[in-house]
Design a protein around this ligand. Sequence first.
Ligand SMILES: [Zn+2]
Length: 288
Amino acid sequence: METNGRRKSSNVDDRRGMSPKKMGGIGGGIGIIIIIIFTLLSGGDLGDVVTNVVNNSGGTETTEQVAYTPTAEEEELADFVSVVLADTEDIWNKLFQEQGMQYVEPTLVLFTDSVSSACGLQSAAVGPFYCPGDYSLYIDLSFYKELRDQFNAPGDFAMAYVVAHEVGHHVQTLLGTSQEVHAQSGNVSEAAYNEQVKRLELQADYLAGVWAHHVQGMGYLEEGDMEEALVAANAIGDDTLQMEARGYVVPESFTHGTSEQRMRWLKKGYENGTLDGSDTFSIPASQL
Ligand SMILES: [Zn+2]
């Protein structure tokens, strides 16, 4: 994908090197004394002490800033995903406008190790995820290496597809589709619910394909890009994943449909380039 000199999104929240830690709450005297000393040393007044104590006692998370120096490769990747996000903004703003709707741009949070979100404290081990509670996509850029080394899905565009898939979940949230599916949890059998979640995931792949269609239309797609995305879609399908002995559950790759289904819907979105054709819910399971 051509990114040289192209617009980067301003909706990137770079939290790399900031590690939220779960705390039992700083209880009692020592914690407060430390906070008072810290507040006075850092030039605050006692009014700040109250604020600090309130912030620290109720909230169970603190953030630790660790010196973080990204490598040149990581910086390049951060720039790359910022351009990808900018493209999704341009494309989805336009497609929503055409339907007489207003697109609300999501935030992309870059983090390392663990991150605090409206969906709770999450570790990088869960893989990239979208949190509807704060309209944000969360990505630890080391997932790029995981795609390349563990899933054998190398290439920038494989990563771009992952970003576009998460943005797809944001689109589904704005359209209310995600809420409709999640509202069924507990009201239908687990198997029926999982089937709906799978269809939601395949639709997110379709929406990633729609994005790729327009990247191509703008002339930024390069030879081999779509193949990289398809290899990634193939690599992170349910059936392939079950063969991976990872030792932890990856929500973003769970109940996503088979590799073949993921590739099919990504391709379909890529060919159509519109929201029409994105209905993964009303077709029989055998035709998914
Ligand atoms: Zn997903």
